[in-house]
Design a protein around this ligand. Sequence first.
Ligand code: IPM
Ligand code: MG
Length: 371
Amino acid sequence: MPSNKKLLILPGDGIGPEVVREVRRVIDWMDRRRAVTFEIDEGLVGGSAIDVEGTPCSDATVAKAKSADAVLFGSVGGPKWDSLPFEQRPELGILRLRKDLGLFANLRPALVMDPLVDASSLKPDIVRGVDIMVVRESTGGVYFGEPRGVETLPDGKRRGFDTDVYHEDEIARVARVAFDLARKRRGKVTSVEKANVMQSGRLWRAVVGEIHKAEYADVQLENMYADNCAMQLCSRPKQFDVILGNNLFGDVLSDLAAALTGSLGMLPSATLGAVDPTTGKRHALYEPIHGSAPDIAGKGIANPLAQILSFAMLLRWSFGMEEDAALVEQAVGKVLAGGLRTADIMQPGMARVGTTVMGEAVVRELDKLSA
Ligand code: IPM
Ligand code: MG
């Protein structure tokens, strides 16, 4: 019987394969305990794909991703590929997937878990209870806009340029994602841009305002310049519920929001496409926010929790398995409350463990929670 849970796993580079292995442990547990069958395929992406297939994301991988119900992505990049020409960089693997699958809404939660309050570099009082969702536009803007390039001028000097460009429909559809999320959360969207200096920022503010007025007047909308938002995130992060930004500002501010929580190693993300009106399905890719961390790759010390939490988001958003998603999240919470820590979130008095022990501990908690 064909399953409706076709999952493509793309472990990628660096710590990607190590942390993805711990998700496999969780998937095996679910197969055993809950009679859910995933149809799993694997593929290469990033540097490892460059080595074997000569490109960071082959047509075959894109095709597999398109036919899957969801993609679980590790991370890409590393020093081995740093000197490749720009067009061949591992990072283009994830950019191509976002673009070709139309994954325009990148959801990046920044949640301060109580046991980790002290791991933040900010004072506990400032970060305790922070629960922010950054919605980043992820198929447009300056990361894709044309023209772009580096040219050599007649005088021999070089000139580099990119184009930050948004069509109003691109702004509107991601704004709707943010407003819909806010409705299910605390009812507030902070939309960030630089409408004071950028034309695409002016349009951004105008379109978000129009969508708000016409369709989401029940949600609170606040417009904020992106630089001010960076400052406010560090000084008063609890004022934020959903932060909506373009590709560039969303990229930067989601890292900042992530840092508030004490560890990038804890944070998952989801990148969603449009819902197909006939099938009701949408393309979606789930990845941790942390990168490939080449400095610790292969040492068995990486934190697998962001990857595991990305899988929980996948269960919730792509497979509608809310209960199972919550169970995985609870198991992670229990493991932390029990005092286990990987190096990146290590605190005095806690027990330092590696990747595998952390993954096994999550499965043990799953067992206990569902006993
Ligand atoms: C991210 C990363 C990527 C991006 C890189 C790896 C291309 O920074 O997902 O935030 O800039 O989008
Ligand atoms: Mg980034």
